[in-house]
Design a protein around this ligand. Structure first.
Ligand code: ADP
Ligand code: MG
Length: 238
């Protein structure tokens, strides 16, 4: 069974339709990437899956559960945004531990999860620092850490690496892919960066003006782009 399903999903803001007849079945443990130019509806679609944006029409399922009217906190997901606000008065450890404390995890379990996530993300030496004592890239990794420690069934990531410099971004791509394998979660990853999409996605959803243009693994997208837009966007020779 699909882990996340979108069926005939539409979204309008006022009279403007920004997502049109979005249909997609995301498999368990899949790393799926939504890619497309700025304004094409990637974030809006992700926010509908998260429950942060109401669906105008259609249905979204997580597993076999219709979640159209399920609150974000009751969906088995964790999200990472481009500009995720950290708690300024808490240090890195506390920021990562906070969501687990709320959910009444034991101290030992919290400690294990936070340290593991910190290790994966290269934050082990920074656990005592406050957000203001971190670089932008380090803050973003703390935001990733907060999601990772929760061990959700589905990760939603909206351009989580876009604030990092090119070198760090490249190494974080690898780290995220490894992480996905290790945690065996399903990830929906939004980016406007073709390279990121092509290197990270098991399958890629190419969007334009709120409409899916093609859904395919990277190689297939490259070899058999569905139209000129996909070819041009991915950069394949057609
Ligand atoms: P992307 O993430 O692909 O850059 P978005 O999903 O953020 O695109 O936006 C898709 C379209 O919806 C854009 O035209 C954007 O201006 C519009 N939009 C997004 N959020 C709102 C909102 N809250 N109110 C009105 N229009 C919005
Ligand atoms: Mg966006």
């Amino acid at each position: 069974m699909a882990k996340v399903s979108l069926r005939h999903v539409y979204k309008s803001f006022g009279d403007v339709r920004v997502v049109k007849d979005f249909n997609l079945e995301i498999e368990d443990r899949e790393f799926i990437v939504f890619v497309g130019p700025s304004g094409c509806g990637k974030s809006t679609t992700l926010r509908m899956i998260a429950g942060l944006e109401e669906i105008t029409e259609g249905e979204i399922y997580i597993g076999d559960r219709l979640v159209n009217h399920v609150a974000p906190k009751d969906r088995d997901i964790a999200m990472v945004f481009q500009n995720y606000a950290l708690y300024p008065h808490m240090n890195v450890y506390e920021n990562m531990a906070f969501g687990l404390k709320l959910r009444k995890f034991s101290k030992a379990e919290i400690d294990k999860r936070v340290k593991e996530a910190a290790n994966i993300l290269g934050l082990s030496n920074l656990l005592g620092r406050k957000p203001k004592e971190l670089s932008g890239g380090q803050r973003q990794r703390v935001a990733l850490g907060r999601a990772i420690v929760r061990n959700p069934a589905v990760f939603l990531m909206d351009e989580p690496l876009s604030n990092l410099d090119a070198k760090l971004r490249a190494s974080m791509r690898t780290e995220l892919s490894k992480l996905q394998e290790r945690l065996q979660t399903t990830t929906i990853y939004v980016t406007h960066d073709q390279v990121e999409a092509m290197t990270m996605g098991d399958r890629i959803v190419v969007m334009k003006d709120g409409v899916i243009q093609q859904v395919a693994p990277p190689q297939e997208l490259y070899d058999h782009p569905a139209n000129l837009f996909v070819a041009g966007f991915i950069g394949s020779p057609t």
